[in-house]
Design a protein around this ligand. Structure first.
Ligand code: ZN
Ligand code: ZN
Length: 124
């Protein structure tokens, strides 16, 4: 099965995901902007049994990050692992978002991504 690996900027945290993600999206919401320090987040979701990680992480509201370098990494619960796709090792990842959330917060210089379903707020 295809395995993708990733980690934090300093290298103390590493993780991998197996197989294809169940979904890939972009989110422009205020929380995503603040926690990433960027205009939006690019994320992918895998079943949690297809995810594994090593190295110590700290979390805020379930969002795990490296306490050493501050890289935002993933959120995991018993069902799903949501990965910040910019933390994957190989770029570009080849993973194409199929939807965009909170487009009412999207910067006007960013157009809608062609073919991606558009949601004003969260997916209903
Ligand atoms: Zn780190
Ligand atoms: Zn968001």
């Amino acid at each position: 099965m295809l395995k993708r690996t990733g980690g934090c900027h300093c290298g103390k945290v590493k993780f991998s995901v197996e197989g294809e993600p169940t979904r890939v999206g972009l989110c422009h919401c205020t929380d995503c902007r603040q926690e990433s320090g960027s205009a939006f987040t690019y994320f992918g979701v895998w079943p949690s049994e297809q995810f594994s990680s090593e190295g110590f992480t700290t979390d805020h509201d379930g969002r795990r990050f490296c306490p050493e370098c501050g890289s935002r990494l993933f959120s995991v619960d018993e069902h799903e692992a949501e990965i910040k796709l910019g933390s994957l090792r190989d770029a570009p990842t080849g993973l194409v978002p199929t939807y965009e959330l909170w487009i009412k917060r999207r910067e006007p210089w960013l157009g809608p991504l062609e073919g991606a379903e558009q949601f004003d707020e969260d997916k209903t």
